[in-house]
Design a protein around this ligand. Structure first.
Ligand code: AMX
Length: 438
């Protein structure tokens, strides 16, 4: 067993009695009431998921294992001379709740290297897909087609035991996560770089090797580390995390579960928004024909988009009610590394005009930018201009969070999900009864 797996097992054993006690002794304590609006409106705010890996406060933003983004970036060990931490050390943190030492992080780096190779049949499948397939279809397919490797599925076939199920789930999660950067880079170079590929460099960590296989020079390695960490987890209710959890709850393995989660991430209201931000901005730039926009021009573009019935991509959030700290973190990066970049200036001008417009428009509950408003500009600056690919980058990052979550789902024996549905007539009856009582 690796030190990480040992530590994880110890944490699981310490945690299990808390979940068991809550269920057995306090299972009928009410958490909240549910309104008609929540039932029709996408289960918004219904507190029916449990995770200890991250928590999203509407005003403060995300905390990973109780730590804010700046705290995580500060505390985790970093490769020598780099500004951002090992992604592998972050995986350790999400799984165990403990900040690893550099030595512990490096052990995970080595473990990932051992599992990095992508089976040839995955490459063969990717190569037979239509050249105009969206990169997210290729990414999700590559994950799904590897399902035959699942150690959890084999464990289940042999005779499932609830107490040990976390072990093979952890193994699958580690196998998948180690391979995702290579799969993503392969898709990128297959589609956009004349099918010319760069072999992995075994001296490098996950972020460094990803940048290397993409063919992008430093500091893109640090961009990759930052990007994967920032996009990893946003508690359990967001569409990609929830989908992964839902699929896993049927005792499907991590391959099926993550592939499903990635399909949810591919929607324009979720992860695809980062590609949409760049596409939308390109439209603005085309109309301006290279001229610098004034704030008045920008306002007009925003209003034109809203008046045509579209949303402003990269703005609003189902939970957050302030500027997303993931946006802020990437903005800080831009101010340091690309303060004079033209697209960054556009993005910054949007920050100045959009919140007021969304308030005046009067619909969005949160007029502030989310993570997607800022991420594309960094990728573009470092030469990754094929914005169709951006959600794949998000996907590699999101995999870290959701795979940690489903490992813990198995450890704590979370049940198959099965919320109850009502008919519209039943809801109308509930309303009539409530009115009669009032
Ligand atoms: N532009 C225009 N209208 C917006 C808006 C925006 N950015 N954000 C919300 N609204 C509208 C909604 O469409 C909704 O209109 P409706 O009543 O006509 O249906 C109304 O405001 C109320 O929505 P809400 O309660 O504020 O948000 P929500 O929880 O329903 O949706 C989200 C959240 C993110 C889907 C929404 O804000 C949105 O569509 N934003 C743009 C797309 C985007 O950036 N998505 C990425 C989010 C982060 C992520 O998951 N990666």
């Amino acid at each position: 067993m690796t030190a990480l797996k040992d530590k994880l097992f110890q944490k699981i054993q310490e945690h299990r009695p808390r979940t068991t006690k809550l269920l057995k002794e306090h299972g009928d304590v009410k958490v909240q009431e549910i309104t008609v609006q929540q039932a029709i409106g996408g289960a918004r705010g219904i507190k029916s998921l449990v995770t200890d890996i991250s928590y999203l406060d509407p005003y403060e933003g995300i905390r990973f294992r109780g730590m804010t983004i700046p705290e995580v970036m500060e505390a985790l060990p970093k490769p020598d001379g780099k500004d951002y931490p090992y992604v592998e050390g972050f995986w350790y943190l999400l799984l165990t709740g403990d900040v690893p030492t550099k030595e512990e992080a490096l052990e995970v780096v080595e473990e990932f290297k051992k599992r990095r190779d992508v089976p040839q049949y995955v490459i063969d499948v990717l190569r037979t897909m239509p050249k105009d397939s969206h990169p997210m279809v290729m990414f999700s397919t590559a994950i799904l087609v590897m399902q035959k490797e699942s150690k959890f599925a084999k464990f289940y076939e042999k005779g499932f035991n609830k107490m040990d199920a976390w072990d093979s789930m952890y193994e699958d999660a580690t196998d998948i996560l180690s391979k995702l950067p290579s799969i993503a880079a392969y898709i990128y170079r297959l589609k956009y770089k004349d099918d010319k590929h760069i072999p992995a460099d075994n001296s490098l960590d996950m972020g460094g090797n990803f940048a290397h296989m993409m063919g992008i020079e430093p500091p893109y390695d640090d961009v990759a580390r930052m990007y994967f960490i920032l996009h990893s987890d946003h508690e359990s209710g967001n569409a990609s995390a929830h989908t992964t959890h839902l699929v896993a709850s049927t005792l499907s393995d991590a391959y099926y579960s993550l592939s499903g989660g990635m399909d949810a991430l591919a929607g324009p209201l979720h992860g695809l928004a980062n590609q949409e931000v760049l596409r939308w901005l390109q439209g603005v730039m085309d109309k301006l024909d290279g001229k610098e926009p004034t704030p008045e021009m920008m306002k007009q573009f925003v209003w034109d988009t809203l008046n045509s019935g579209q949303v402003i991509p990269g703005y609003g959030h189902a939970v957050l009610r302030k500027t997303d700290p993931r946006y802020q973190s990437q903005r800080d990066f831009c101010l340091k590394h690309l303060p004079n970049d033209k697209i960054f200036k556009y993005v910054d001008m949007l920050y100045q005009v959009v919140p007021d417009i969304l308030r005046e428009h009067g619909k969005a509950k949160n007029p502030w930018p989310n993570v997607d408003a800022q991420s594309g500009v960094i990728q573009w600056f470092y030469g990754l201009k094929e914005y169709d690919f951006y959600t794949v980058l998000f996907g590699v990052g999101r995999a870290i969070g959701v795979l940690a979550n489903i490992t813990w789902d198995r450890a704590l024996g979370y049940a198959i999900e099965r919320p109850k549905s009502l008919t519209t007539a039943m809801l109308e009856e509930v309303v009539e009864k409530a009115k009669a009582k009032a």
